[in-house]
Design a protein around this ligand. Structure first.
Ligand SMILES: [Ca+2]
Length: 394
C-alpha cells in the first residue's frame, strides 16, 4: 500500500470513529432522530390542536438490555375538558415508525377524543397502547397495513406533552442482553392520524391522510438509532486490518495481519473465527491464534494465512470475513465482535519451476508462448542442414 492509500484509509478510519461516537451520543431530547416544525398540523387553529402537532421523536435510553424507550413530543398539551365540548369525538393514532432488519414496526397510542355529558374526561384513561408491525407499499411512503403485536409494550407514560413507550427489544427482532448491541433502528418517522377517517388496517399515505407527520419512511427518513446496551462491563473488541487485499500464486500461502483491540472495560477471552463469503473450499484459511486473552486497552495481532490450491485458476479470489466472540467474564454467554473485517486473496496461476507437479503443462505453455521463436529456430536448423548437405555433396 502506498502513502496516498494510507492517508485515504486513515481519513476514512477517522470518519468511522467520528460516526461511531456521534451515533453513540445521539438519541435524546436535545438531539432527536425525528424532527418536525410546529404549526404544520392540518388541525391548526382548533382547540387543543397543538397536541396534534408533532415536534420531535427520539429513541433511548435503554433502561435495561431487554427494553428500549421511544418518545414522541407534541407542540402543546392535550385538549382540556372545555375544549372537548367543541372537538369531534374521534380517535387519533399517535405513532413512531422504524425498521429493524428490514421489518417495519410502530409504537402507537390511540387516544379517544370523546366527551359525553355527565361523563368524566381523563386524558389517559381511554388511551390504547400498542406495538404494531407495519407493511409498506413497495418502494413508497404509503403504509399497506398495521397490525398489533402482543407483548410488545413493557410500560408507557405521558408527561410534559411527551408520550413514552417502553418496548421489549425481543418483540422487534433485537436480541436480548448485549447481543442486540449494534443493531440499528432505521427509516424512522412519526405521524398522527385520525383513526376513524384512516383506520390502521387500511392504506395510509402520510402526505395526504396524516393530521401531521415528521419525515417519511422511504423518501426522507429520520436518523437511525443504534442499540448500545447497558451494563457495567462493556464487551467491546474492535478488529482492523491495514492491508486487506493480497495476491499469491497457487499453493503459496499469503498472510494478513488483523489487529484485535480491546476497547472494553475488562480483560476478555476472545475467540476468532472466519467465514468464507465468496470463493471455493479448496483454499486453506488458518487463524493464529484463534483464541487469546486481551487486557483492556491492549491489542493482539491475529495472523490469517490463506493458501490457494496449487492448480488455482488465474485471478480467482477468496473473500473471508474475520469475526469473533468475546466471552462473558462471569458466565457462559458470548458477545459478538461487531465489526468483522473482510480480507480478499487473489490467486495467480503457478508459474514456478520448483513446483513438483504440472511441469508438462508448463512446458506446453512455454512452447505456445514462444511459438514464433521456436518456429524461427527450426527454420534456421532446417536451412543449415540443407546448406550442410549441399556442401558435403560437393
Ligand atoms: Ca409538526
Amino acid at each position: 500500500m502506498n502513502v496516498k492509500n494510507s492517508v485515504v484509509l486513515l481519513i476514512a478510519l477517522l470518519f468511522v470513529i467520528n460516526f461511531i461516537f456521534c451515533t453513540a451520543i445521539a438519541g435524546d431530547q436535545s438531539d432527536p432522530e425525528v424532527k418536525d416544525t410546529t404549526g404544520d398540523s392540518t388541525s391548526t387553529g382548533e382547540p387543543g390542536s397543538s397536541f396534534r402537532d408533532i415536534e420531535a421523536a427520539w429513541f433511548g435510553p435503554e433502561p435495561t438490555n431487554e427494553t428500549l424507550e421511544i418518545h414522541l413530543k407534541m407542540a402543546g398539551a392535550p385538549p382540556g375538558l372545555m375544549d372537548l365540548r367543541q372537538e369531534p369525538s374521534d380517535n387519533y393514532d399517535y405513532e413512531v415508525y422504524f425498521d429493524v432488519d428490514g421489518k417495519g414496526y410502530a409504537v402507537a397510542v390511540t387516544i379517544q377524543y370523546a366527551f359525553s355529558l355527565g361523563g368524566m374526561y381523563s386524558p389517559t384513561n381511554t388511551w390504547t397502547w400498542e406495538l404494531r408491525s407495519v407493511s409498506y407499499r413497495l418502494g413508497s411512503d404509503t403504509i399497506g397495513s398495521e397490525t398489533a403485536v402482543s407483548e410488545g409494550i413493557n410500560s408507557n407514560n405521558f408527561v410534559d406533552n411527551i408520550i413514552t413507550w417502553e418496548i421489549n427489544k425481543e418483540a422487534v427482532g433485537i436480541g436480548s442482553g448485549l447481543k442486540g448491541r449494534g443493531k440499528s433502528l432505521i427509516n424512522t418517522w412519526a405521524a398522527i392520524w385520525n383513526a376513524d377517517a384512516s383506520p390502521s388496517g387500511s392504506q395510509r399515505d402520510p402526505k395526504t391522510q396524516a393530521t401531521d407527520f415528521a419525515h417519511t419512511h422511504h423518501t426522507n427518513p429520520g436518523d437511525s438509532y443504534n442499540i448500545r446496551g447497558v451494563g457495567d462491563i462493556d464487551y467491546n473488541v474492535v478488529l482492523s486490518v491495514a492491508d486487506d487485499e493480497k495476491e499469491t500464486h497457487g499453493g503459496k500461502p499469503v498472510t494478513f495481519t488483523v489487529i484485535a483491540r480491546n476497547n472494553g472495560t475488562d480483560e476478555f477471552l476472545v475467540d476468532f473465527n472466519f467465514n468464507v463469503t465468496s470463493g471455493d473450499e479448496s483454499w486453506s484459511v488458518v487463524l493464529y491464534p484463534n483464541s487469546t486473552t486481551i487486557a483492556n486497552g491492549d491489542k493482539r495481532d491475529i495472523t490469517v494465512t490463506i493458501t490457494p490450491p496449487k492448480n488455482v485458476k488465474n485471478g480467482t479470489t477468496l473473500i473471508v470475513k474475520i469475526g469473533g466472540v468475546i466471552h462473558e467474564k462471569d458466565g457462559d454467554e458470548t458477545y459478538p465482535i461487531l465489526n468483522p473485517v473482510t480480507l480478499k486473496a487473489i490467486g495467480l496461476s503457478s508459474a514456478n519451476e520448483d513446483e513438483g507437479g504440472g511441469w508438462f503443462e508448463e512446458f506446453m505453455e512455454m512452447l505456445a508462448d514462444n511459438l514464433a521463436i521456436i518456429a524461427g529456430a527450426i527454420a534456421i536448423v532446417v536451412v543449415a542442414i540443407i546448406v550442410l548437405a549441399v556442401l558435403i555433396r560437393r
